[in-house]
Design a protein around this ligand. Structure first.
Ligand code: HPA
Length: 282
């Protein structure tokens, strides 16, 4: 593991990982997927999967959290070549933001142009229920706003611009496609803003009320850094939050990692259908 915010990943490091992947698998995936806590079931739908355990890739950030088995899976989904990152890592594990976005950089170098991200999130919007799936329409990258951006440090000019636009972090056309697919499949899709916090604590009631006033619909500890890097890379991004728990604004209910994982398992089949439906039409 590499610790501080000054652990800036270099282009050479990224390319040596991409090379190591190419040496194992001869594929040119166009679509990348990053799977969240308890949502690994999407990976089981991959056909002719070629699995690369993350510990075989030197420089790849290795997850330390239960429910986040680290591997890269390359195969086909709905006839399209895809590359799945299972077992993302988080800032709270001690990785620099630059390091934790390495998987997205490697996807970029493998040729991925569309990134689908999923996460487990707490429902801040009080009309959401555990088990809901939320289409992410935008995010608030709170750690990024206070200086923990994955783009901190020397800009890798070959990978993207110094000052990337974030006006359409989540691609509007892909959002519309997701709405159509959900409607065709009879899946009720919530929508809203994902608020990224550093974690690892779940929120206090006062923090939740703060998030609510700031326009958050869901809260979690991932995704925004990866999407920031994906946009720097020029990828089109689609994001879904599986709402695993309902935030308690008055502190009358506790939140646990176990309930997040358990709800994730219930949400996963719905997400698999949605993601497959979207990919089939890409
Ligand atoms: N808060 C933060 N992260 C989360 C939550 C939550 O309530 N649920 C799942 N990930």
């Amino acid at each position: 593991m590499s610790g501080s915010d000054s652990d800036f990943v270099t282009l050479q490091e990224i390319d040596s990982i991409a090379e190591a992947v190419r040496a194992k698998v001869d594929a040119k995936p166009r679509i990348g997927l990053v799977l969240g806590s308890g949502l690994g079931a999407v990976a089981e739908a991959i056909q002719s999967p070629m699995v690369i355990p993350s510990d075989e890739l030197s420089g790849w950030p290795a997850s330390t959290v239960e429910g986040h088995a680290g591997k890269l899976i390359i195969g086909e989904l709905e006839g399209q070549s895809v590359c799945v990152v299972q077992g993302r890592v988080h800032f709270y594990e001690g990785f620099s933001m630059s390091r934790l976005a390495v998987p997205v950089r490697v996807l970029q170098r493998l040729g991925v142009s569309v990134l689908i991200v999923t996460n487990a999130a707490g429902g801040v919007n009080q009309s959401f229920e555990p088990g809901d799936v939320m289409l992410i329409t935008d995010h608030i990258n709170f750690p990024g706003m206070v200086g923990h951006s994955p783009l901190l440090g020397p800009n890798l000019d070959k990978l993207g611009p110094r000052f990337p636009d974030m006006s359409q972090a989540y691609d509007r056309e892909l959002q519309e496609l997701a709405r159509q697919v959900a409607s065709d499949l009879g899946i009720e899709l919530r929508e809203g803003v994902y608020f990224c916090l550093a974690g690892p604590t779940f929120e206090t009631p006062a923090e939740l009320r703060f998030l609510q006033t700031q326009g958050a619909d869901a809260v979690g500890m991932s995704t925004a850094p990866e999407v920031t890097v994906a946009r720097h890379a020029g990828m089109r991004v689609l994001g879904f939050s599986g709402i695993t728990n309902k935030s308690s604004m008055d502190g009358t209910r506790a939140t646990s990692h176990e309930e997040v994982l358990e709800a994730g398992r219930l949400i996963a089949p719905k997400l698999v259908r949605l993601v497959k439906g979207v990919i089939a039409r890409l």
